[in-house]
Design a protein around this ligand. Structure first.
Ligand code: AGP
Length: 364
């Protein structure tokens, strides 16, 4: 991949369209079909170390923190290790308890974000084992961590991260599979996840082929002053990232909430002028998510669903291909990257360089 725009009007558009190739690169040479696992050369974590991990704590900022939230869920689901993600900026200011049985993972596109680097340095001072999940090879965080995974997204120029987010989440999927196979994940489940990972590049192409529908929807919703994004469990970090993407690039105010929390307050905001984007995967929570759509419709709220099939209660549905339940979050945010891009375009925003933002925040 080069810095040439290659016919795209912005780097954001170019980078969204590079995602199938980027994911293919993240998978290449890492899958081991013989043992239904993956090889992650730079991890520096043998099977004995992996089995000794009692908790996983993931640290990152912004989009990378959201990738970490999806990663934590994948690690809990596939490896059954308690895992959570926290903004690195918060973590380092709260004098956290540093536990020798916890595996810490710093996640960063640039590998230079000061808040993440400072958290890594503090953890190292306290004797923790810290891995990096980083895009830029040889960056400060890659150098200071004990090992890790390069996400291989290629150069990302647009301030707003798209392909790197996707490759981070794919890399967390690989790590979760690797940790799972050193613990209780069966050969059959390992095989199932590998098959799911292999489907991703083709499914990304399918989503991007639906660009014209997304462009039309974006033009329609660009009139909104504010938007709500909801999701449940696997869908919640997808909603958070999609809401951040829209805010960053279009400057439309957006809030992300767990769908289950709507009735505890934000339902008061729902009215025709406040559309909701709902993440509705075909998983064990489908009926619960449909109930949330009904609650919104009952308050005359407009709904744009991202789902695996048309949603009757939604005004519009963007249908995405189904993968394994544990991997669906990788795909469901991709149409909403395009949605953010086309909304910003309709509003005449400076897409690659949104106001007040820098690609990497290397100061405190
Ligand atoms: C991405 O859309 C943002 N510009 C921002 O949230 C970014 O993810 C954050 O600053 C962290 O950057 P990093 O991944 O380079 O550490």
């Amino acid at each position: 991949e080069s810095y040439d725009m290659g016919g795209h009007d912005t780097y954001m558009h170019k980078e969204i369209h590079e995602q199938a190739d980027a994911v293919d690169r993240a998978l290449r040479g890492r899958i081991d079909d013989r043992f239904s696992t993956v090889h992650l050369g730079g991890l520096n974590l043998d099977a004995r170390d992996a089995r000794a991990v009692r908790r996983v704590k993931i640290l990152g900022c912004g989009t990378s923190y959201h990738a970490g939230q999806i990663g934590a869920q994948m690690i809990e689901e596939l490896a059954r290790i308690p895992a959570d993600a926290e903004p690195a900026s918060e973590f380092r200011y709260r004098n956290p308890v540093v536990d020798p049985d916890t595996l810490y993972i710093a996640v960063s596109q640039s590998g230079e974000t000061y808040d993440v680097l400072a958290a890594v340095q503090e953890l190292k001072r306290k004797g923790a084992r810290v891995l990096g999940l980083v895009n830029v090879v040889g960056s400060a965080i890659a150098r200071e961590t004990d090992g890790g995974i390069y996400v291989h997204a290629g150069p990302e120029v647009c301030v707003v991260s798209t392909k790197c987010f996707t490759n981070m989440v794919v890399s967390f999927g690989l790590l979760a599979l690797h940790l799972g196979r050193t613990r209780d994940l069966s050969v059959a489940d390992g095989k199932r996840i590998i098959e799911g990972l292999r489907k991703l590049p083709g499914q990304i192409e399918e989503i991007l082929a639906n660009e014209a529908q997304i462009e039309e929807l974006a033009k329609e919703y660009a009139e909104a002053k504010s938007m709500m994004f909801i999701g449940r469990v696997r869908g919640y970090p997808v909603a958070r990232e999609a809401s951040l993407k829209l805010k960053e690039v279009s400057y439309i105010h957006a809030e992300a909430y767990p769908a289950s929390e709507l009735k505890h307050g934000p339902l008061a905001l729902i009215e025709p002028a406040m559309p909701t984007v709902a993440i509705v995967p075909n998983d064990e929570l489908l009926e619960k998510n449909r109930a949330a759509l009904e609650e919104i419709k009952a308050r005359s709220g407009r709904i744009l669903a991202v789902a695996h099939q048309e949603q009757e209660k939604a005004d519009h549905t963007i249908v995405v291909p189904k993968n394994e339940d544990e991997l669906d979050a990788i795909l469901m945010g991709i149409p909403l990257q395009l949605f953010a891009y086309y909304t910003a375009k309709a509003m005449g925003r400076d897409i690659d360089k949104p106001r007040n933002l820098a690609k990497s925040v290397t100061v405190e």
